[in-house]
Design a protein around this ligand. Structure first.
Ligand SMILES: Nc1ncnc2c1ncn2[C@@H]1O[C@H](COP(=O)(O)OP(=O)(O)OP(=O)(O)O)[C@@H](O)[C@H]1O
Length: 458
């Protein structure tokens, strides 16, 4: 028999009613839970989720006014505004029914009930519940998609040997379903490559869903990726679908994969092997069909040697590897990128288009760009806003390293890590410890800056 009524909870202080309802409904429902004592309602709500709740209007303490029923109805709705509650009463005056409906009840049945009528009422309520769930799921999927669409995403520029190599790999693998791992420092264009892979793949008409593992609290990784059922943990107030499910049939981009803790690496590996996810608190697995693209700026081979990253997971995610060289190693791309950013920011800020003097260009090519293309982009953006001249001169650019030298506070090391640490400290000093401002100045995301603070113990 089709158990389409789902999970039903019945709360009534009349044991005969409870047993009769259970006998009748258990043939149509997946599970029927009965309870005599309404005070158990909070406990029951915390421990399971119900598609429909049948609630008596009158309990022994207050037999006719319906106040106790309304009180428990409010309790239920407060805990779960989506709950579908049908009130039962033998004293079902119209007024009481209307009051219950106003308080959020879905429907009303009178005792003694006709079996067919009761089933029809519950069936309609269960359908309403599943529509509500569907709407919530769609809303969540839409929010994620809108966020992704809002991300700036343009063409990938660059004619250096390094960039030509990157574009050639993209062309070869985009059409396959091979898992791709993109390696490169922050701001080198890893996300751009991931999007290009999706755009040129057979999944292009489906979704590209990105997850920045560096920006999610460790405790939320699992629910974010795999989803959860209501009640799976304290804050799980409603079902939530994970990014794997949202990306189904499309591409899933896991940025900063090096941040995934070891226990979750094992779970991710199982998902990739079995091609299905089990949301937290769920008993059934959901099949998934995604193309996985991962990226990291971390030295993944060192992490494997240190046993911080699983070798077997690396083999799963790096069928093809794409390496993005840092901008300082592809200086010939700088003029092209700089002109492109000059043009787009002039348009964005409605400023007349400026040109770069030869000296300014040389300066850009000599700088070491720790924040790579993102830093160049921000440097140009600032110049477009600040400079009034049509021809941009070297002094129109502000770099952290320039500031240091004019302050007589030069870096006395050529060790990249030490340089980076010093530059980060300077940026924090400049902005009185404001992470967002320092990150923006450095051309890093907040998450990347946090990781570096941890790395250097700042
Ligand atoms: N080759 C390129 N052509 C044009 N724009 C680029 C190029 N590479 C990077 N960008 C731009 O630079 C910025 C940073 O790129 P992206 O976010 O892809 O870098 P990332 O390596 O993923 O950074 P992170 O490691 O910090 O997440 C974006 O605005 C992107 O559009």
């Amino acid at each position: 028999m089709d158990k389409k009524l789902g999970n039903i909870l019945i709360v009534d202080d009349d044991e005969d009613i409870l047993l009769a309802a259970k006998m009748l409904l258990k043939r149509h429902a997946q599970k029927v839970i009965i309870e005599k004592n309404p005070k158990k309602i909070p406990f029951l709500l915390n421990h399971d989720s119900y598609d429909v709740i049948l609630l008596d209007m009158n309990f022994v303490e207050d037999t006719t006014t319906g106040k106790e029923g309304i009180f428990w109805l409010k309790e239920i709705i407060q805990r779960d505004p989506q709950a579908v509650v049908i009130m039962i009463t033998a004293y079902g005056g119209v007024e009481l029914a209307v009051e219950a409906l106003k308080e959020g009840a879905t429907d009303f049945v009178l005792k003694p009930w006709q079996n067919e009528k009761l089933i029809a009422t519950i069936s309609a309520a269960a359908q309403l519940n599943s529509s509500r769930k569907e709407v919530t799921t769609l809303k969540q999927a839409k929010q994620t998609l809108v966020r992704d669409l809002e991300q700036p995403f343009g063409d990938m520029l660059g004619e250096s040997a390094g960039m030509r190599n990157v574009k050639a790999i993209i062309q070869k693998v985009a059409k396959t379903d091979a898992n791709v791992l993109i390696l490169g420092e922050n701001g080198t264009g890893k996300e751009l490559v991931a999007r290009a892979l999706h755009k040129q793949s057979s999944r292009a008409s489906k979704d590209f869903i990105g997850v920045d593992m560096g920006a999610i609290a460790e405790t939320l990784f699992e629910s974010e990726l795999f989803g959860h059922k209501k009640g799976a943990f304290t804050d799980a107030k409603e079902d939530r679908i994970g990014r794997f499910e949202i990306a189904n049939k499309g591409s899933l981009f896991l940025d900063e994969i090096g941040n995934l803790p070891l226990n979750l690496q094992a779970k991710l590996l199982a998902v990739l092997q079995n091609r299905e996810v089990i949301p937290l608190g769920a008993s059934r697995a959901v099949p998934i069909d995604i193309r996985l693209i991962c990226a990291t700026n971390m030295p993944i081979d060192d992490m494997i040697a240190q046993k911080e990253f699983r070798q077997d997971l690396l083999y799963r995610i790096n069928t093809v590897e794409v390496y993005l060289p840092p901008l300082r190693e592809r200086g010939e791309d700088i003029p092209l990128l700089a002109r492109h950013f000059l043009q787009s920011y002039a348009k964005k800020y409605k400023r007349p288009e400026k040109k770069l003097s030869a000296a300014a260009l040389t300066r850009l090519q000599q700088y070491h760009w720790p924040g790579n293309v993102r830093e160049l982009q921000h440097a140009i953006e600032r110049t477009v806003i600040m400079s009034d001249e049509a021809l941009i001169q070297p002094d129109d650019f502000f770099f952290l390293s320039q500031k240091q030298s004019t302050e007589g506070d030069q870096l006395n090391t050529l060790n990249l890590d030490e340089m980076e640490k010093t530059v980060i400290e300077k940026a924090l000093q400049k902005y009185n410890g404001n992470i967002s401002k320092a990150a923006r100045e450095l051309g890093l995301t907040r998450a990347s800056l946090y990781r570096r603070l941890e790395k250097y113990g700042i």
